[in-house]
Write a protein that binds this ligand. Sequence first.
Ligand code: 3H9
Length: 697
Amino acid sequence: MSDVVTLERKGAIAVVTVNNPPVNALGIAVREGLQNSFKAAEADPEVKAIVLVCEGSTFIAGADIKEFGKPPQAPSLPDVVNGIEAGSKPSVAVIHGTALGGGLEVAVSCHYRIARKDAKVGLPEVKLGLLPGAGGTQRLPRLTGVAKALDMIVSGAPISATEALELGVVDQLIEGDLLSAGLAYADQLIAEGKGPRRTGERTDKLEGVDNAAAVAAKRAEIEKKMPGLFSPQRCISAVEAAFTLPLAEGLKRERELFAECLVSPQRAALVHAFFTERLASKVDGLAKDTPVRDVKSAAVIGGGTMGVGIAMCFANAGIPVKVLEITAEARDKAMQRARDTYGMSVKRGSLNEAALEKRMALISGVTDYADLADVDLVIEAVFEEMSVKQKVFSALDANCKPGAILASNTSSLDLNEIANFTKRPEDVVGLHFFSPANVMRLLEVVRGEKTADDVLATAMAIGKKLKKVAVPVGVCDGFVGNRMVFQYGREAEFLVEEGATPAQVDGALRKFGMAMGPFAMRDLSGLDIGLSIRTRQRQTLPAEFKLPLVLDKMAEAGMLGQKTGKGFYVYEAGSRTPLENPELPAILAAASKEQGIERRELSDEYIIERTIYALINEGAKILEEGIAQRASDIDVIYLNGYGFPAFQGGPMFYADAVGLDVVYAKICEFHEQHGAWWKPAALLEKLAKEGRKFADL
Ligand code: 3H9
């Protein structure tokens, strides 16, 4: 029929095969091929049933995301699926891998569905700022009932084949060869004289339940949990149409709502987030066929929270890992820490006892560097002090086998200096995990000036294996993420010295979409970290780089965040709920006075500009220096490590959306008012003056 969709006859059964690597997305050629194939099968008098099957690793994984925002091309996906459902011959979708989005919409327009046991199905459109636009919001509720369909469509989370069977989304689970299973199922339908069973004609699951109550509950939940998001409420409206309108009108309503989402800026930002995450794994200048070293075993130096978290990542990926501590007591404590952390997952129900034991069996505690002689990769996660790193890397150099990768988890020290503590700097790389390492997805892979290509390629591959989002970065203080966040945090502190309250700053940034406000975050991680950086800066920075005083004053008053029960907020014993700190206004007033500042009212808009533009300006400097290889990599770092809202696309995407001329003009204004920190990045100035974007680079 076409290059990507073929039609062949197997006796009385027409087999339609999609072969559009890598994920059989529904680009124009696939849509055309599907429509033509189903039409031809319908027209062929010899055909009694139709089987739809896919080549490669997955069933259709959705619409082709690259086509969004481009002029539409006929046939549209809704026309294709409506045509399939209207067919007079029973059709069977054979699902393997992931039937997602438009893929599941195609499957539920077929009259029957069978799925391999390990398959998953779902409607993840909401994660791209969309809603299922090819009948998914009308047909899924007819199979699962409204409440479950709302859960699936609004969360975007896929379900397992087993759950799909229980819910009636699929009719049978299969093993082995897909085509044989599809043909056998179709033969059975023919033998039993079963005809088309159109999902769109079903109403049984829509009746006798309080669907309006399910809709109201979901609306309230989303209003509370995701107030700034555009598409979830529209997903709900579309599902509502499934039980309030006849199918044809419901489909029309779905199309209208889909069109609204398609043109929303949030859709563009979320699609950017999807593609850039994948792009980040591609390292400029590193050949695709760069060999990768085999990593069958690993070790972590240091059994603190970070070290143990890293070790757990390896155990979770099935890789045996040793944790080295200097004393037997510290080693045993580290092992207990891992067990306790897994124990919490068991309590929450996300892990079972057997899995806990299996993972613990992969972690072993050691106290002697000689025990690391056979490991393929070591990650150092010890105290952030160069002399300590020197000791560790000299010991690793003396004990590890040739070819072992020696990695540092440093978050701020010079990786090149660390590498030179060994006689094999080419084997040294930075693997900067974020705390808690077993939870956070981001991994900055730091490329030292001597890091060998195959070591870098292996580090990126290991990141993927550990299910992290690995982003390559260059060497500088704080690398990409922390170097930028320092600017953001400092501006937030200045804002509370100028007149805002921590609650106002946190509130404005949460409204912007940040997962957490900077002050709640400070309290969580402890104010002493920021304070030690501040103290160091006070000694080293030229005088024109003014620094806030609030942290120093709080430390003097014994306020170090949650661990002291008092910080920018106060916390009742055993609680993490931030409450207003009654002693803070006096501290802020004193800091303002000492800085010679008259406190004033600040708007939320101003708070966002001061903090987010500080990120953008530093991001531009990082790009200029080649520390990040592309603007979108910076976005990936912020989306995955710093709670930046995906619907804003990341700081650099956000800057492009606001307009670099606007951002640059504001930064110039801040430079004049607030001095040296705000010196505009040369790259930002250049792009703004040329009318270009970061995305054009
Ligand atoms: C939709 O369906 C709308 C409809 O309701 C209505 C329409 C009217 N399109 O993730 P991977 C590329 S919205 C284009 O690394 P994995 C991806 O960029 C869609 N390209 O593999 C990458 O390219 P590259 C709803 C796509 O095995 C390569 O495939 N569907 C698409 O880790 C491999 O991807 C979704 O949201 C696409 N739809 O995971 C599903 N999907 O190699 C989105 C992937 O050049 N996709 N690519 O970097 C996924 O969740 C994962 O890709 C999947 C595979 C689980 C399928």
